[in-house]
Write a protein that binds this ligand. Sequence first.
Ligand code: 13P
Length: 334
Amino acid sequence: MNVQTLEGTARELVAPGQGILAADESMGTIGKRFEAVGIETGEESRRAYREMLFTTEGIGEFLSGVILFEETLNQEASDGRPLPQVLLDHGIIPGIKVDKSTVSMPLSPDEKFTQGLDGLGERLPEYREMGARFTKWRAVITIGDGIPSRGCIEANARSLALYAAFCQDHDLVPIVEPEVLIDGDHSIEQCYEATEWTLHATFQALYEQNVEFSGMLLKPNMVISGKEAERQAGVEEVARATVECLRRCVPAAVPGIVFLSGGQSTTQATAHLNAMNSMYDGLPWELSFSYARALQEPPMEIWKGQTGNVEEAQKAFYHRLKMNGAARSGSYSE
Ligand code: 13P
């Protein structure tokens, strides 16, 4: 493990004014999102869609990194450049999602367990060779009747920690993503409790696996009301609950926290990040974004798989990036 390399990459990924685009949806997930807006799914439409995003002029100003799905590493833009090269030409660091998605937790079917540790140590050098400098692994925690369970939280924390250790062993910066889902009618207080527990367990496991905190990034959910909750916490309340929770759980050596958008609306995700950065000064870590839906919903809806819509779609994508870039310094307004 080269701590200097890892720390350098981690810091680049949370450089001021910039954030990360998560464009690593699995074939199933992007298929569902395409279907919802009437785009035909298939290898070519996934390629064309990602080419549309990545060839947007000027995105290097607001994007430090893009997380790719394995398939995209091998795809090319229409001008023959490999898609990771298109990103490098903008000065953007390519990363890759390395987990193999979730299954139902055995004997607790309402919970999820993330797979992908088998063979990970062999896959990582190949990803490096193809230009990746960082990775992502997502664990999912569900709030519901009697859950999350200790078994689920600890199994996922252990897997996240092993994943992170494998990556650092290959000088790839791990983005550690334990996502407490927004789905359900739970309160913001219940979300706080589940997030606090999950983060404590995750950092304990990371410590036990010898993971170097200065060479990783955390990608958590915000502390927020459940999507179906009667009372929806306001922007400042979400910002405060999130930062207070993180303060109690995340070591100061971690260079940055890059939030997921997790089903928040596009403008909500930006407003929450903006509020945290404007309300708090002198936090030990950078607070940034690693959004998928909150950056992609507008361009995907406009694009619809039509070449003629590319320019408009790119405009919408650029706008969301610019807004979130502003939220990095608390200076966002639509
Ligand atoms: P969302 O921002 O859509 O939650 O996606 C982030 C992500 O990478 C999930 O793994």
